[in-house]
Design a protein around this ligand. Structure first.
Ligand code: PEP
Length: 254
């Protein structure tokens, strides 16, 4: 059985002091909920403080992005090498990075391979726009994104990484996909992995849903067989809602 994961994407929120406080509050409530993998992804500058708070716990830390090169003349960027020791996970290809910072399927693929080479676990984001959704293109768009993201990645590596299906129209809008919609597209993602590798690899690979999840809708979402967890934005910024989502998931998997 795939272990469920609740990953919080704090985006460009929280000062170092606020991040520390939030990590401490989360640590106090769900440090021992081992049935669920808990990952906190603060901004780069908060990583050392959050890593420090969580040093002796099983709550993991993730970055929100990285560059594909190990070092070099890339002003303002952070490499996988620099994240070693500060993060275990790294979100790659979030739709906000694709939308506002020109990330492409090709750069996502480069970053996925660089993350794996540096011992970081990628949380690879895919998802369609509202227009694509309404045009019935969801499966085709997501299929291409997954194929491109995983190009050149080995079967062993794919099983360690995490794929997050995040429909763009559901992110930060309060309008989550229905559990059935989310399940169907997470199933498409798993089908692509099965096609590229094999069924055993696909069954071992975790697929999360992301888009307006919260402590009210997480139970319905987590009851879907293809969904292994959530990538959480807004609801991860408050310890109460994030921890409630972790607890609800733990109860479902008990
Ligand atoms: C996200 O940022 O990945 C996300 C899913 O945000 P929200 O939960 O706020 O929709």
């Amino acid at each position: 059985m795939r272990k469920p994961m609740m990953a919080g994407n704090w985006k460009m929120n929280k000062t170092v002091a606020e991040a520390k406080e939030l990590a401490q509050a989360i640590q106090a409530q769900v440090a021992t909920v081992e049935a669920v993998d808990r990952v906190l992804c603060p901004p780069f500058v908060c990583l050392p403080a959050v890593q420090d708070v969580l040093a002796n716990s099983s709550i993991a830390v993730g970055a929100q992005n990285m560059h594909w090169a190990a070092s070099g003349a890339y002003t303002g960027e952070v490499s996988g090498e620099m994240l070693q020791g500060l993060a275990q996970y790294v979100i790659i290809g979030h739709s906000e990075r694709r939308q506002y910072f020109g990330e492409t399927d090709e750069s996502v693929n480069q970053k996925v391979k660089a993350a794996l080479a540096h011992g970081l676990i990628p949380i690879v984001c895919v998802g369609e726009s509202l227009e694509q959704n309404e045009g019935g293109q969801t499966a085709a768009v997501v299929t291409l994104q997954v194929q491109d993201a995983l190009d050149g990645v080995s079967a062993e590596q794919v099983q360690t990484l995490v794929i997050a299906y995040e429909p763009i129209w559901a992110i930060g809008t309060g309008k989550a996909a229905t559990p059935q919609q989310a399940n169907a597209t997470c199933g498409v993602v798993r089908g692509v992995v099965a096609h590229m590798f094999d069924d055993a690899v696909a069954q071992a690979t975790r697929v999360l849903y992301g888009g307006s999840t919260n402590d009210k809708n997480i139970a319905d979402i987590m009851q879907q067989p293809e969904i292994d967890g959530a990538l959480i934005g807004g609801a991860a910024l408050k310890a109460e809602s994030y921890c409630a989502m972790v607890q609800t998931t733990a109860q479902l998997y008990a």
